[in-house]
Design a protein around this ligand. Sequence first.
Ligand SMILES: Cc1cc2nc3c(=O)[nH]c(=O)nc-3n(C[C@H](O)[C@H](O)[C@H](O)COP(=O)(O)OP(=O)(O)OC[C@H]3O[C@@H](n4cnc5c(N)ncnc54)[C@H](O)[C@@H]3O)c2cc1C
Length: 394
Amino acid sequence: MNSTADIVVVGGGVIGTSVAYFAAAAGASVRVLEKERIAAGATGHGPGFFNAFGGDFSPGPHLALGLESIRLIREHMAELEQFQEAPGWFNDRPGLAPAYSAESLAHHQQMYAASGAQLEAAGAGAEWLDADQIREHEPLLGPSVLGGYLFPSVIQVDGWKLAQMYMAAAEKRGARLETAEVTGLVWEGERASGVRLADGSEVSAGHVVIAMGSWTPAASVWLGFPLPMCNLKGQLHVLRVPGDVVLKHHVIERIALMQYPDGDFLLAATPDPAPGGGLRPTDAYIRPLAERHALPEDTQLLLDTGISRFPFLEAAEVVEDRAGGRPMSVDLLPMIGTTPALSNVHIASGHGRKGIHLSAATGRLVADTVLHGRTDLAVDPAAYSPMRFMPPRL
Ligand SMILES: Cc1cc2nc3c(=O)[nH]c(=O)nc-3n(C[C@H](O)[C@H](O)[C@H](O)COP(=O)(O)OP(=O)(O)OC[C@H]3O[C@@H](n4cnc5c(N)ncnc54)[C@H](O)[C@@H]3O)c2cc1C
């Protein structure tokens, strides 16, 4: 394979395909090189809630990217929906962020005090409900709920569905998806002239985008620059309950529950006993990349916690068990931008628990910076730059 493109994207997850979608829409020729298949990594697992509240976002630049992503997905949903294989891939319902202990209730209220103004300024604010009010809104919640926030509208879309839609829309504009493993960069002076593939051939490119998810540290070696990340494991169950049970909200907390239009439920994601959904992942769920299967003890813990919060799940049948690793940068902010060595190699990785949600703003930001050297998104691109990991001068 010896060929060329304006932009070569390495990785066909939700981040790489979003870059392809926005860059192709802006007129660039794009090739996505994926070593396995589209959504083979973390993207194949995540339920993709576009909710900007909770322990996953810190106020400031992180939340700003999340809010821009919500705006963009609403703007692009109608176009992307043309590529869905069945109706209802975008599942828009009101969202609840409940608390089940005094500690998590205090934590929720602290989080809202810190980020509420930013959420409300973007039209994504919430209303606080006490225990009786929240159960009245969502009768399927169990007696252990103490209160929570109500969000009028939260879009949910599975990562693999969104990646598929981004790619199909990009292909319509001439982008190509190819199965190929990238093993390194080819460079001339300060710029990369392309990428090298496992079969020894090269693909030349004006720009290279590294969207390799949890495999990104390999590119750290190619670039001679630290891209510090860990692999935060998560897992989920698809559940089926007898009868016509209807969950009216996406219930989003460390343990989230939602219902697909076909009636099945999804219980996700990290069976993590951390109080209230704090920002730090617990060490226990940082796992080797190769561990991509559900562990029986985690399955049981997730199910037990789910039943304790939603008693109706006692009757549920587990129809699917999935597990995967999320690419989490060590400071929890995504890495988007270039590194010192090669000015036309762009990193787009490290999105942790929120890569599906953040894909829209990330794809647009990368396309804008690669093609125009600037963006009109309401974010400060410097905040996400991998240059923050620049070693101190000796
Ligand atoms: C259980 C679970 C629940 C989640 N819930 C949510 C949620 O509710 N909301 C949300 O926003 N996010 C959620 N996430 C996180 C989200 O799935 C990830 O942040 C996101 O998918 C990361 O996308 P990515 O494209 O960066 O990485 P990936 O999807 O891992 O894609 C990277 C791709 O690069 C390819 N690749 C790697 N190396 C090479 C190479 N050398 N050559 C060619 N190809 C290569 C891989 O095969 C892979 O397909 C969840 C994740 C899990 C596991």
